[in-house]
Design a protein around this ligand. Structure first.
Ligand code: ATP
Length: 741
């Protein structure tokens, strides 16, 4: 890589567009270009332009006070300009710059309002992009890529730790340090983000935990509710079903019993009718035929008895008369006797009819009276004449014969009537038996009806009980059971094993549900949002931790690379410094030493004692490196560089710069009058060193020094006219050297 072209427009004294080309004239070897011109013509402005385009921010180094000081500020004849622009055209055939172009054009432009732009190959980029690209190609804008007037001495006069900065660039670790800075800043940002995410997670976690507990409770509640529904379905379903089954059974029984009740009632009523009819019939039979037949029979019997009585009376009378006639004819008053006989017959008839004891007693007294009467008659037995007795016997015999005939007829009549009565009695007895049977049947039915009625009543009572129970159960279900479960319960058709009592578990589940309490409906949404946010943050946390880990790893790797590279280059620089010092001073000794010290070691003891333990630990872990320079020209016992003369300091710093350039060659180096303080001999030595170094690095040397000019193969002259504008002149190299000589 080398500088092909430099374009300036509006930059400081270069008001017009000025192009400096650096063609490769020495084949594969880089060239040395010399820029010459009178004091104040604008030569150093060229060095400034390179420094500026490479990203220099220090106004001091750019020799200005404000950013706009780099813009052409005008002169007596030329107006000031609105912007300054510098373009650096780098040949990138060797692809030292990590960009896929053969030419890299780095451009910087600034406007009077301070607005600044950077471009790489016409694409707007950030300063950091330019810095990284250049660092990769071993450029450094502040240090040795542009080595300005007085800057060489600044290396010597800076502190060991400031010097270390310069060496970082010189050893080529700057690119890694830029990356390291990026990594550190990334770590810082990541740590800040991490802290923020952690704080957000810390904030959100209790809420999430609370919501999770609520969701857990909700799940438990759901589970318990499901169990409760299941248990209620079994418990109430079984109760409902068994109650309905009982009701159906009872209703069926009621129907059957009502049917039999009705049928019994009907039968009873039929029997009652039948009974009434029979009784009626019996009554009618009693009043009618039987009485008639009975009275006929009684009449016939009375007649027969009368005739029998009369016959007995006449027969006795006849016997008496016959005895009288045979033995002792007497004067017994027969009429009186007959009359008494008749009374005797009447009495006998009455005796026959008499049934009561009182009547018999009455009849006994009547019989005694009649006996006395007959006895009196019989005392007068001889008083009646004989002839009357025979007549009377004859009459009586006749009468008896007639009575006997009548009696025969009367007896027949009695038998006849008696048969009739017997028949009637038989009929009556049969009817009575039917009535009796019917009555028995009626009683039996009545008993049956009573039994059925009692059963019916019992069923009605039982039905009322079960219906009340069903009503109570329905109300309990309404009260205890939610949603369509009621329908399911009432549609239960299977009878659960009722031996298992679900009620204790139902009570337990209900009490557990009460303890769990209610659930806010917005919890779900709240939980899902909080969880989403938490998961998002957790993922971020994971990503950030991962990124932090990776960046820390990268940082450690970079540290290792930096250390390795630094040590390697530092060794080379140290060696080169000793060598160039000896060449430039024709002897003497010089060395570079790398000091490693912790920040704690660097602190004043009193200040360190006032720090906290943590702060002390932190400082003890931060290592600061510094570089000590020792230079002792030949024959002098100089221990510190502060004791060197101006010229010696210039030679020492040139020795150091040359050592750096050799150890870690930059594609090009602009040297702004670094050789100004050298005497003739040293100028020669410096020119010789430059020539050697130019085999690996392109030099653009702003110089008044002949020896340096002699080494150059490209020469630009800078002049400034009265218009205050720098102009570029192509100079005939040979003539210029002759003129200077
Ligand atoms: P020397 O050889 O003495 O070091 P030089 O050739 O390096 O001189 P410079 O320092 O490059 O000279 O140029 C200084 C000149 O540039 C001054 O005359 C100054 O007026 C001019 N200059 C600096 N800044 C501006 C600016 N913004 N606008 C116009 N002219 C400027």
């Amino acid at each position: 890589m080398y500088l092909e072209k430099l374009e300036l427009q509006g930059f400081k004294s270069f008001a017009q567009k000025t192009v400096m080309e650096f063609p490769k004239l020495r084949g594969s070897n880089p060239d040395i270009a010399a820029i010459v011109g009178p004091n104040g013509s604008g030569k150093s402005n060229v060095a400034d332009s390179v420094r500026w385009v490479l990203g220099e921010q220090s106004l001091k180094l750019l020799r200005g006070k404000r950013a706009e000081d780099v813009i052409f500020s005008g002169s007596g004849t030329k107006a000031r300009l609105g912007f300054a622009e510098v373009s650096l055209f780098l040949n990138n055939n060797d692809k030292k710059a990590n960009i896929d172009y053969d030419q890299v054009v780095v451009k910087r432009r600034v406007y009077r309002n301070g607005e600044s732009e950077y471009h790489i190959n016409n694409s707007k980029v950030r300063l950091a992009d330019i810095q990284l690209l250049l660092a990769q190609a071993n450029f450094g804008q502040r240090t040795y890529s542009v080595i300005g007037q007085g800057m060489t001495d600044a290396i010597l006069s800076s502190t060991p730790y400031e010097r270390k900065n310069f060496f970082d660039e010189a050893t080529g670790v700057k690119q890694y340090q830029i990356k390291r800075e990026h990594a550190k800043s990334k770590i810082k940002t990541t740590e800040e983000n991490l802290a923020q995410v952690k704080s957000l997670i810390r904030e959100i976690k209790p809420r999430l935990k609370n919501l999770e507990q609520q969701i857990e409770k909700r799940e438990k509640r759901k589970h318990l509710e499901k169990e409760l529904h299941h248990l209620q379905l079994k418990h109430y379903g079984s109760l409902w079903h068994s109650t309905n089954t009982k009701l159906d059974d009872l209703r069926d029984k009621k129907k059957t019993i009502e049917k039999s009740h009705l049928s019994l009632n009907k039968k009873l009523s039929e029997l009652q009718n039948k009974l009434q009819k029979l009784e009626q019939e019996q009554k009618q039979a009693d009043i009618g035929d039987y009485d008639k037949v009975q009275s006929g029979y009684q009449q016939a019997l009375t007649k027969k008895n009368e005739l029998t009585g009369a016959l007995a009376g006449f027969t006795r009378e006849l016997e008496v008369l016959e005895r009288l006639e045979k033995a002792h004819p007497t004067n017994i008053d027969t009429e009186k006797l007959v009359e008494s006989s008749h009374k005797q017959i009447d009495l006998l008839e009455t005796v026959i009819k008499t049934t009561t004891l009182d009547a018999l007693k009455d009849l006994q007294s009547k019989a005694k009276k009649l006996k006395n009467e007959i006895t009196d008659i019989l005392k007068d037995k001889d008083s009646a004449p004989r002839e009357t007795t025979t007549e009377k016997i004859h009459e009586l015999t006749k009468k008896i014969r007639s009575i006997k005939q009548e009696l025969e007829i009367a007896a027949q009549e009695v038998d006849k009537k008696q048969n009739l009565v017997t028949d009637l009695r038989k009929v009556e007895s049969k009817a009575t038996s039917i009535v009796f049977d019917t009555q028995k049947q009626y009683q039996k039915l009545q008993l049956e009806l009573n039994d059925v009625s009692s059963k019916k009543h019992h069923i009605d009572v039982e039905l009322a009980k079960i219906e009340t129970r069903k009503h109570d159960l329905s109300q309990e279900i309404e009260r205890e059971v939610r949603g369509n479960l009621k329908e399911r319960i009432k549609n239960t058709h299977n009878n659960d094993n009722q031996s298992h009592d679900h009620w204790p578990r139902i009570a337990n589940v209900k009490s557990e549900l009460e303890m769990i309490g209610g659930f806010e409906p917005e919890t779900d949404e709240d939980y899902s949002e909080t969880k989403k946010r938490h998961d998002f943050l957790a993922e971020q946390l994971h990503d950030l931790e991962d990124a932090l880990k990776k960046t820390n790893q990268a940082l450690h790797q970079l540290d290792a690379v930096i250390e390795k590279q630094f040590n390697k280059s530092f060794e080379k620089i140290e060696k080169g410094f000793t060598e160039y010092f000896k060449i430039l001073f024709s002897g003497g000794t010089a060395s570079l030493t790398l000091n490693r010290q912790t920040e704690l070691e660097m602190l004043n003891e009193d200040i360190a004692a006032g720090l906290t333990k943590k702060e002390q630990e932190q400082l003890a872990n931060t290592i600061k490196m510094g570089i000590e320079i020792k230079a002792s020209p030949p024959g002098k016992k100089v221990t510190t560089i502060n004791m060197l003369s101006g010229g010696e300091r210039a030679l020492t710093s040139i020795a150091l710069i040359c050592a750096i350039i050799r150890a870690n060659p930059s594609p090009f180096v602009v040297l702004d009058e670094v050789d100004a303080a050298l005497d003739e001999a040293n100028s020669e030595r410096f020119a010789a060193i430059l020539e050697k170094l130019s085999h690996q690095t392109q030099f653009i040397a702003i110089t008044h020094n002949r020896a340096t000019m002699e080494q150059a193969n490209i020469l630009y002259g800078v002049t400034m006219g009265e218009d205050g504008v720098s102009k570029l002149l192509s100079i005939d190299l040979e003539k210029a050297v002759e003129n200077i000589a």
